[in-house]
Design a protein around this ligand. Structure first.
Ligand code: PHE
Length: 347
C-alpha cells in the first residue's frame, strides 16, 4: 500500500469514528485543512521536477477526491443519525389518554325546570320565555295591579334607571306573571276572530327579582308561570294539573295537595298551593310551592280576550323550591353561590 492509499484509509477510519458533526469537522481539518496532510502533500509538489510533479499531482488529487467522498458520506450518516435521535426524542405516544377538561353538569335549577317543562309538555302546554326587564304595565297594571294600589308593595321591586314609552321606570320583573300577558295577547292577536278561540295553555319559566335576601329568599330566583284559559277550565283542572306535576316530578303517589285561600290582584279567587308528602324526610309537613287562582276578568280583558268566553287559571311555581325539595337542599343560597363542591354533586 502506498502512502496515499494509507492516508485515505486513515481518513476513512477517522471519519467513521467521529461520533458528532463537530468531531467530524475536526477530523476533516487533519486531512483537508490548511495544514492537513493532503494540503501539505500538495505544497510539497513545488519541489519536484515538472514530469514527476504532474504524475504525483494527479495521484494526490485522486486521493483528495476519495477523502472528500468519504467526508460527504460521513456527514450524511451523522445527519441521518441526528434526525433519528430527534424523532425518537420527540415521538408522540398516540395511545396516551387525552387531557380532558372534565365534564360539567346542569345546575339543579336547570334540571328542575327541564323536568317540569317535559311534564307540562306532555299535558299539552306550550313553553314560552320572555324579558327579565319589564315595563310597568306588563309587571303590574295589566295584571290588575294599578298604580298606587297597596298590592304593589307585596313585592319589593328592583327598578331600572330607564323609562318605558309611557314614561314609567322599567323594572326587573318581580314574577313571571307578565308572561301571561305577553303570551295571551300574542295568542289573541294570532287567533283574532276565530270561533271557537283555541285554548291558551302555556308555561313560562325564568328568573325573577325582588329586594329580598336570607336563607330562604334570594334577590334572584326562578318561577314557572302557568296559564290555562278555555271555555270551561276550572279549579278542578288546576288541581288535577298540579297533582300530575307533583306525582311526575317527585315520582310518588304518596302526597296531598291543598289550596289555601290567598290574595293576588290578578286572580279571584286566589290560593297558595301547598303539598304534603306521606313519607320521606319531609313527611307530614305542608310545604308552600306555588301561588295560583282563577284569572281575574280584568286581566282576561287586558289579554285582549273576552272574559265571558275565556275562563281559567294561572299559577306561579317556585322552581327553586321544587329543586330544593327534590334534591334535599336546605339553604337556597347554596344554589347561587357557584361553589363547585356543591355544584359538582349534580354532574
Ligand atoms: N305571581 C305570583 C307571585 O309571584 C304567583 C301567582 C302566579 C299567583 C299566577 C297567582 C297566579 O307570587
Amino acid at each position: 500500500m502506498n502512502d496515499l492509499d494509507s492516508l485515505v484509509q486513515h481518513a476513512r477510519s477517522a471519519f467513521d469514528a467521529a461520533p458528532t458533526a463537530a468531531e467530524l469537522e475536526n477530523a476533516k481539518a487533519r486531512f483537508l485543512g490548511k495544514s492537513g496532510s493532503l494540503t501539505e502533500l500538495l505544497k510539497g509538489l513545488a519541489a519536484l521536477p515538472p514530469e514527476a510533479k504532474k504524475a504525483r499531482g494527479a495521484e494526490i488529487n485522486q486521493a483528495k477526491q476519495q477523502v472528500e467522498v468519504l467526508l460527504g458520506a460521513a456527514r450524511e450518516r451523522l445527519a441521518q443519525a441526528e434526525l433519528e435521535a430527534q424523532l425518537r426524542a420527540e415521538a408522540l405516544d398516540v395511545s396516551l389518554p387525552g387531557r380532558s377538561r372534565g365534564t360539567g353538569g346542569l345546575h339543579p335549577v336547570s334540571r328542575t325546570i327541564e323536568r317540569i317543562e317535559a311534564i307540562f309538555s306532555s299535558m299539552g302546554f306550550d313553553v314560552a320565555e320572555g324579558p327579565e326587564i319589564e315595563t310597568d304595565w306588563m309587571s303590574f297594571t295589566a295584571l290588575n295591579n294599578p298604580e298606587n294600589h297597596p298590592a304593589r308593595s307585596m313585592q319589593d321591586t328592583f327598578y331600572v334607571e330607564l323609562k318605558d314609552a309611557e314614561g314609567r321606570w322599567l323594572n326587573l320583573r318581580p314574577h313571571t306573571s307578565p308572561m301571561q300577558v305577553r303570551y295571551a295577547r300574542a295568542h289573541a292577536a294570532r287567533y283574532a276572530g276565530a270561533s271557537p278561540m283555541p285554548e291558551v295553555r302555556v308555561i313560562a319559566p325564568g328568573r325573577v327579582y325582588r329586594v329580598d335576601s336570607d336563607a330562604t329568599h334570594s334577590p334572584m330566583f326562578h318561577q314557572i308561570e302557568g296559564l290555562w284559559l278555555g271555555e270551561n277550565v276550572s279549579f278542578k283542572d288546576l288541581k288535577v294539573t298540579f297533582a300530575t306535576l307533583v306525582r311526575e316530578f317527585f315520582e310518588t303517589d304518596d302526597f296531598d295537595v291543598r289550596f289555601r285561600p290567598s290574595f293576588f290582584p290578578f286572580t279571584e279567587p286566589s290560593a297558595e298551593i301547598d303539598i304534603r308528602f306521606g313519607s320521606g324526610p319531609l313527611a307530614g309537613k305542608w310545604l308552600e310551592v306555588a301561588g295560583s287562582g282563577q284569572v281575574h276578568p280584568n286581566v282576561v280583558r287586558n289579554f285582549g280576550l273576552d272574559p265571558e268566553q275565556q275562563i281559567g287559571f294561572a299559577f306561579g311555581i317556585g322552581a327553586d323550591r321544587f329543586a330544593m325539595l327534590r334534591y334535599g337542599i336546605d339553604d337556597l343560597r347554596l344554589m347561587f353561590d357557584g361553589d363547585l363542591r356543591f355544584l359538582s354533586q349534580f354532574r
